[in-house]
Design a protein around this ligand. Structure first.
Ligand SMILES: O=C(O)CCC(=O)C(=O)O
Length: 263
């Protein structure tokens, strides 16, 4: 249940027409500071692997799968803001498909600068995936606030680059603001023309039957499950696993690997 005074009808209307809703001032300054610092830390480790594996070009400032390093990013998932709003959006349970951090440095050439969608299948009336963008710094025209083409989730064809350029709106906001938008809304980072990085968290949530980009239960340490909040356990797909043996499959409902409520 979403707590009043949240305007559920206004949210539903905006999501249906624009595919986007802007929430203001949800995170406090201490949490923001910890998240900004931890983004730098987790990026270092991922960047080293990108470089080692020769996939670093076009990934400047982009850190993927930023869980499991005992940082404030783990805590963010344990106590996810807007969890009830997202449940309302899907009309049921959902899992975390991916969780990234973007530092968006000045002059960067990351792949996020190209207009794109974050889900491949176009399912007009049945949302599969929802994006969350958490502003860790103020988002301004100068530092590359995200461009979103509102309403583009309603048309199957991708817009031309020219149409995107003229129609996309630049969403400015303050550190601590959060955007929720349909993963079908075409969007892109804008070039950062300031002299500092512009940090954000980027998450996608989806239906529990979808394949997340990362197999979280195998990605995290074997002892991680015992320390997860019930919400984190749900988000990381511990209740939406595929059985791997007959013994695992033939179990009473409370021990099913794919629980009944994960429709
Ligand atoms: O950094 C941004 O402004 C956009 C990020 C983005 O496009 C994405 O994560 O898919």
């Amino acid at each position: 249940m979403i707590q009043p005074p949240f305007d559920v009808a206004g949210f539903d209307k905006a999501m249906a027409s624009d595919g986007l809703y802007h929430f203001h001032n949800l995170l406090g300054s201490q949490q923001l500071e910890a998240l900004r610092k931890d983004c730098d830390q987790v990026y270092e480790r991922r960047r080293a692997i990108q470089v080692r594996n020769g996939v670093d070009r076009g990934m400047e400032g982009a850190a993927h799968h930023v869980l499991g390093d005992d940082t404030s990013l783990d805590q963010f998932i344990a106590d996810l803001p807007l969890a009830d709003v997202i449940m309302h959006y899907f009309g049921g349970k959902y899992i975390l498909l991916n969780f990234g951090a973007t530092l968006h440095p000045p002059g960067g050439s990351a792949y996020t600068l190209k207009p794109h969608r974050d889900v491949r299948a176009w399912t007009a009336d049945y949302p599969l995936s929802l994006n969350m963008l958490v502003m860790l710094d103020d988002f301004t025209a100068q530092n590359g606030a995200t461009l979103l083409m509102t309403g583009s989730h309603l048309k199957e064809a991708m817009p031309t680059n020219d149409a995107f350029k003229t129609e996309a709106k630049q969403i400015e906001g303050k550190a601590g603001d959060i955007l929720l938008f349909s993963s079908l809304v075409v969007h892109a980072a804008a070039p950062n023309k300031s002299d500092r990085p512009r940090k954000a968290l980027t998450l996608c949530f989806g239906r529990p039957f979808m394949k997340p980009q990362m197999d979280w239960p195998r990605f995290l340490r074997p002892d991680a499950e015992a320390h997860l909040s019930p919400l984190a356990r749900q988000l990381l797909g511990y209740d939406a696993r595929v059985a791997s043996s007959l013994d695992e499959y033939y179990q009473p409902p409370e021990r099913w690997t794919f629980k009944q409520d994960q429709r």
